[in-house]
Design a protein around this ligand. Structure first.
Ligand code: B1M
Length: 214
């Protein structure tokens, strides 16, 4: 089957919140030897982008969005073991989480999958993470990288709070900080003293590699 058709079906299943269909098309993608990461980004994440539009237009409400997120997760679990990526040469620990007050974790979970698949050791603190927890995790796991995600303009300042706490706790020069999430940008990253900004999950892997090579 044509890969574009599979991507379209995966996206449709996410939009429709159709778990069974998402499972079926994820399995079809594997059978057809389609790159698993492409299936996630061009199929599932594309569907989630459409869901975002519908939510913003007021055509979808929270229950529909949650059904879409479940359909996406079911398919991601099937595709995840098949992601092909070069493994990191040395084990690098990344502390990752969604900042305080923010429960949007779909994008962060994609970033985690990509970093995991690239061979990084990811300490996933989850969502709505109190700022101090990032610093405690950096110390506990001697992390080299901190990854912060935020999806709301109201929670973005939580990223600066984490960076300020890293400075206060004498940890800032021990770690590189990468931020991401729809409302963030390179300019915002620079303005709060982060080392980098990632547009999407695959870019996050490249950036982490580049940061630790420095
Ligand atoms: Co809500 N939500 N939501 N939401 N939600 C947004 C973010 C919003 C923009 C919608 C809108 O109103 N236009 C808006 C925020 C407005 C603002 O900025 N202030 C909003 C709001 C207001 C809210 C609530 C307050 C609604 C309410 O209750 N009244 C509430 C918030 C609760 C809270 O957090 N305290 C809420 C709740 C929810 C749901 C629970 C229904 C659900 C979240 C489910 C979940 O995550 N488990 C949800 C969803 C799904 C969305 C939208 C529709 C989609 C977000 C998403 O998953 N996108 C969103 C609309 C939008 O974003 N335009 C919206 C798909 C995902 C793959 O993309 O997360 O951007 P994204 O991740 C990308 C990149 O950004 C990047 O890589 C990812 C993939 O490649 N990336 C990184 C992300 N993190 C990165 C980190 C990196 C690098 C790259 O390095 C570390």
């Amino acid at each position: 089957m044509e890969k574009e058709e599979i991507f379209k079906n995966l996206a449709k299943c996410v939009v429709d919140g159709d778990e069974e269909g998402a499972k079926k098309w994820a399995e079809e993608a594997i059978k057809s030897n389609i790159d698993a990461y492409e299936a996630i980004m061009n199929g599932l994440a594309e569907g989630m982008r459409k869901v975002s539009e519908l939510y913003e237009k007021g055509e979808y409400y929270v229950p529909e969005v949650l059904l879409s997120a479940s359909a996406m997760n079911v398919a991601v679990e099937i595709l995840r073991p098949h992601i092909k990526i070069d493994k990191a040469t040395k084990p690098i620990t990344v502390v990752l989480g969604v900042v305080e007050g923010d429960i949007h974790d779909i994008g962060k979970n994609l970033v985690k999958i990509m970093l995991d698949s690239a061979g990084f050791k990811v300490i996933d603190l989850g969502k709505d993470v109190p700022s101090m927890k990032f610093i405690e995790a950096v110390k506990e796991y001697s992390a080299e990288v901190v990854g912060l995600s935020a999806l709301m303009t109201t929670t973005m300042p939580g990223m600066k709070k984490v960076i300020d706490l890293l400075i206060k706790e004498g940890q800032r020069d021990k770690v590189k900080v990468i931020i991401g999430g729809a409302p963030t940008s390179w300019d915002y990253a620079k303005s709060i003293g982060a080392d980098a900004w990632g547009k999407d999950a695959s870019e996050a892997v490249e950036i982490v590699r580049r940061l630790i090579a420095k």
